[in-house]
Design a protein around this ligand. Structure first.
Ligand code: 6PG
Length: 255
C-alpha cells in the first residue's frame, strides 16, 4: 500500500489555519460531489481552534456544503462538555453553534457513562453512519490530527497498548494532559482515511518534527500514521519546521 506525503510550511499559525480551512472546503466539495456527503473527523487541543473559528466566517462558511457535512471527533476527554477541556464543547463554541448544520450531523463522543460504554456507543455511531459503505473499517474523507511534543496523536500514547490495537476502531485510554479518561479512534480507523492532515505549530514541536521526518529509526505514535491508499499532509508553521534540513519533498511512501 502506498500513500502520498505532502509537506506544507506556512509562515505563521494564521496562514496555516487558512490553508487548513481551504483544505476543509475543497475536501467537503469533492466528497459531496463523489459520495453525496462529507465525513470529517476533527481533533482537540489548541492548534485546530483558529481554523475551526475561520470555518464559521467568510469566505469559508458559505463555501462549505454544511447540509451534507458530518462532523466526528478523533478523540474526546471524559469531562463535562462545558469544560474548556472538552473537545466537543470547544468545537461547539468555536464554530458548530455558528454554522448551518443540524445536530443530527454532529456525531460526538459521549463520555458521561463508563468509558467502556462510551466506546460501544461511538463504535455504533460509526458503524451506523458508514454501514452503507460495506467496508469493515469506515473510511473518512478527511481527518485532522494534532501532534504532542512527545509524538502522540489522537489519544494514542507511546507505550500504551491502545497504540498497537489492530482490530478495534475505538478504545478507552487514561493519560495525556489532562490526565483523564479518554475515548480515541485507533490506528486501523485513522489509517483508513482518504486524507489525513497534521496541524502542527510552534517551536516546542520542532525537535519532534525533525526526528520524525528525518530519522526513520524512531518509532513514535505519529510515525504510525500511514494512510492506506490515502494522502498524508504535514501542515506546519515555520516554528514547528524550524529544524528541518530543507531538502524534504513531497513523495510517495510505501505504507
Ligand atoms: C487531544 C488531542 C491531542 C492533540 C495534541 C496536540 O484531545 O488532546 O487530540 O492529540 O491534538 O495533544 O495538541 P495541541 O494542538 O494543543 O498542541
Amino acid at each position: 500500500m502506498f500513500f502520498k506525503r505532502k509537506i506544507i510550511i506556512k509562515d505563521d499559525p494564521v496562514l496555516l489555519a487558512k490553508e487548513a480551512a481551504e483544505i476543509f472546503v475543497a475536501s467537503a466539495k469533492r466528497s459531496v460531489e463523489k459520495r453525496g456527503r462529507f465525513a470529517v473527523a476533527i481533533s482537540g487541543g489548541s492548534t485546530p481552534r483558529r481554523m475551526h473559528k475561520m470555518l464559521a466566517r467568510e469566505p469559508y462558511i458559505q463555501n462549505i456544503p454544511w447540509g451534507k457535512t458530518h462532523i466526528f471527533w478523533v478523540d474526546e476527554r471524559c469531562v463535562p462538555q462545558d469544560s474548556h477541556e472538552s473537545n466537543y464543547g470547544r468545537a461547539k463554541r468555536d464554530f458548530i453553534n455558528e454554522v448551518p448544520i443540524s445536530q443530527k450531523q454532529i456525531h460526538r463522543i459521549t463520555c458521561e457513562s463508563s468509558p467502556q460504554m462510551s466506546v460501544k456507543e461511538y463504535q455504533k455511531i460509526l458503524s451506523d453512519f458508514f454501514s452503507f459503505e460495506g467496508t469493515r473499517v469506515p473510511r473518512f474523507d478527511l481527518i485532522y490530527l494534532g501532534m504532542g511534543a512527545d509524538g502522540h496523536i489522537a489519544s494514542l500514547f507511546l507505550g500504551q497498548k491502545t497504540l498497537y490495537e489492530k482490530e478495534k476502531l475505538v478504545v478507552a485510554v487514561k493519560g495525556g494532559d489532562p490526565n483523564v479518561n479518554r475515548i480515541s479512534m485507533t490506528l486501523p480507523l485513522l489509517n483508513q482515511a482518504r486524507h489525513i492532515v497534521f496541524l502542527i505549530t510552534g517551536q516546542e514541536k520542532a525537535r519532534t518534527v525533525q526526528t520524525v521526518l528525518e530519522d526513520r529509526s524512531i518509532r513514535l505514535p505519529v510515525q504510525r500514521i500511514r494512510p492506506l491508499n490515502g494522502q498524508l499532509t504535514w501542515l506546519m508553521d515555520r516554528g514547528a519546521a524550524a529544524l528541518l534540513s530543507g531538502d524534504l519533498h513531497h513523495d510517495n511512501i510505501k505504507g
